[in-house]
Unconditional design. Structure first.
Length: 327
């Protein structure tokens, strides 16, 4: 009514509120608006939930060129290495690689054209080269002299070795061989041994047949000293076929004619001197006996053979006095 229009605005608001169609329309429009707002909030939430971490984005931006190709190559190489290792082909692959590089070195003038070997007596040149890992495909450039020396020294026949590479194609090998000292028998097996007890090889070659025979556990390391002592009594030494180490404590002598001499654990030198003297004076080793026991310090006991013992018993029976008959 008034000039400010207050009455007209009140009447308009009153009519709109009193109109049923207007109230229904307003009720329908308000929930739709709230639903649209909820949908927008859900979309925002879902986008923020699957957003990539910041460090991944930084890594992708700073990734060097060719990174994917390099990573693929690493995976493939790892798979190949694993397959070779699990399949047991490592040595074959390494051997092929070694042959390849040696072939390349030989092609440019580093082939081994001459080999000099000194100190060889028992081993052949081919055996020494095989032990050192040198073959027809080896090149002087890639030959590891220190490794070849270690391989040579690991052989029981070789006590020391030196390996020199003389470019462009000469290889010089100097060795010191152990000498065969005796044949050692243990548990039925016979081996050739050096003076320090090192087992050189199984006894198969007839060229070692003249070596002294030592028998028993521990005999291989104790034989040198005992044989040196035995050598001071040639009267006994010439008759000895084998020496036997008994219980890792004392020695027995097995003579060529089968007599077994049992030496004491102590005063061995005195026992050998007595044995030598008795053989010189009485021909002890030529008697019909099977054993001489010297383990007791105050006596020497002799065991007769069966024939000698029977003859002795018969002789004693004949010498027994006959009883006089009844008068």
């Amino acid at each position: 009514m008034d000039g400010g229009g207050r009455l007209s605005r009140s009447l308009s608001r009153t009519r709109s509120q009193s109109n049923p169609q207007t109230r229904v329309a307003s009720a329908i429009q308000r929930p739709r608006a709230r639903g649209q707002a909820s949908t927008r909030r859900a979309n925002v939430t879902s986008v923020s939930r699957y957003e990539e971490p910041h460090w991944i984005a930084v890594l992708e931006r700073r990734r060097p060129r060719g990174f994917g190709l390099a990573a693929t190559a690493v995976v493939l190489i790892g798979a190949i290495v694993m397959g070779v290792t699990k399949g047991g082909h490592t040595e074959d692959v390494l051997g092929a690689l070694s042959d390849t590089r040696n072939a390349a070195a030989n092609a440019i003038g580093f082939r081994i054209t001459s080999v000099g070997i000194t100190g060889r007596k028992q081993l052949t040149q081919d055996e020494i080269l095989a032990v050192g890992g040198v073959n027809g495909r080896s090149s002087l450039l890639f030959l590891d002299a220190a490794s070849a020396r270690d391989k040579l020294k690991a052989d029981p026949w070789i006590s020391d070795a030196t390996v020199q590479k003389l470019y462009p194609g000469r290889l010089q090998i100097d060795i010191t061989e152990r000498l065969p000292f005796a044949l050692w028998q243990e548990n039925g097996r016979v081996s050739v041994i050096a003076a320090d007890g090192t087992v050189l090889e199984p006894y198969v070659a007839r060229r070692f047949v003249s070596l002294p025979l030592v028998v028993g556990k521990g005999a291989e390391t104790r034989a040198k000293d005992f044989l040196s002592l035995l050598g001071q009594y040639p009267q006994v030494r010439s008759q000895v076929k084998a020496i036997v180490f008994v219980g890792e404590r004392r020695w027995n002598l097995r003579l060529a004619d089968g007599i077994d001499v049992r030496l004491p654990e102590a005063d061995v030198e005195k026992a050998l001197a007595t044995l030598s003297k008795m053989d010189k004076e009485t021909g002890l080793f030529s008697r019909d006996i099977t054993a001489i026991d010297m383990r007791l310090p105050d006596r020497l006991t002799v065991r007769l053979s069966e024939d000698a013992a029977k003859a002795r018993n018969d002789l004693l029976k004949d010498k027994k006095p006959k009883k006089a008959g009844n008068a």
